[in-house]
Design a protein. Structure first.
Length: 272
């Protein structure tokens, strides 16, 4: 169903590897957004953990139509492969003038996988304005290992973003990204539909790699974010290089020699 024109580019995947998310504004057409509120109010039936995406949602259902939109399907294929499984899904609703801000958190217990990651799709069927709260995220936080709400003590971090977006926006998150729903200070109900996907194939060069040698790839992977304290940003770049090596199958890729230096172990190759 997807073709190379709907797959992500290397620059886009590098941006995801650095920032921990991919944002696609207004990618869902208005007619689907108009239908979404009724569907979300009615609820979307659950599926067993690990159900293949191709069988998780019935033909003609709203959820299936959402994940089969070519730009969405292409982005998912680029990040988790052609037949991921559905971990779980949920409809999140914030009532007008209600709710408390969620603590800053990641959506799993501590996850030490260096060569795999889950992706969470977040769909917003209506415009999200600043007073509606939206989802707060901390760009570049996804590779800093924490256990769920270990970060909940932090109220604000420099460079955090609070989502405002047009109707029909889809955001794909790395499972480790620090985030939290904000309280809704508007007079409008706020909706968000979330699906978490688990890969079933190695996440190696699943996207359109025509631009793999583009210097913009290394530039994306070198990005620094305001919450980094001093030299701590080097740790995040180090972790990104390790992730990029896994994603590309290129064990020689590096930025400023950091991973090459740290993984240099001559004794392992000795015949003595």
């Amino acid at each position: 169903m997807t073709t190379s024109q709907h797959l992500l580019t290397s620059v886009q995947v590098a941006r995801f590897a650095a920032q921990g998310y991919l944002r696609m504004d207004a990618v869902v057409p208005p007619e689907m957004n108009a239908r979404a509120i009724e569907v979300l109010n009615a609820g979307i039936p659950g599926v067993p953990y690990g159900t293949p995406l191709s069988t998780a949602f019935p033909e003609g259902s709203f959820a299936r139509s959402l994940v089969e939109l070519p730009p969405v399907a292409g982005a998912l294929r680029s990040l988790v492969g052609p037949e991921p499984t559905v971990d779980h899904h949920a409809v999140h609703v914030r009532e007008p003038q209600g709710g408390e801000a969620q603590p800053l958190h990641g959506d799993a217990i501590i996850d030490v996988r260096p060569d795999a990651f889950d992706v969470q799709l977040m769909y917003y069927p209506h415009e999200v304005t600043a007073d509606m709260g939206g989802t707060l995220t901390v760009p570049g936080s996804h590779l800093r290992r924490t256990n769920e709400s270990d970060t909940g003590r932090y109220q604000n971090l420099r460079g955090q973003t609070r989502l405002t977006c047009p109707a029909g926006t889809v955001v794909l998150l790395h499972h480790g990204l620090w985030h939290g729903g904000r309280r809704n200070d508007s007079d409008t109900r706020r909706y968000m539909f979330k699906i978490r996907f688990n890969p079933t194939v190695p996440q190696v060069r699943l996207w359109n790699t025509d631009d793999l040698a583009d210097p913009a790839v290394a530039a994306e992977l070198s990005a620094l974010f305001p919450w980094y304290e001093g030299a701590a940003g080097r740790l995040e770049i180090y972790n990104r290089v390790r992730l990029w090596r896994a994603l590309t199958g290129d064990a020689t890729f590096d930025i400023d020699h950091w991973v090459t230096r740290v993984t240099n172990r001559p004794s392992l190759g000795s015949n003595a």
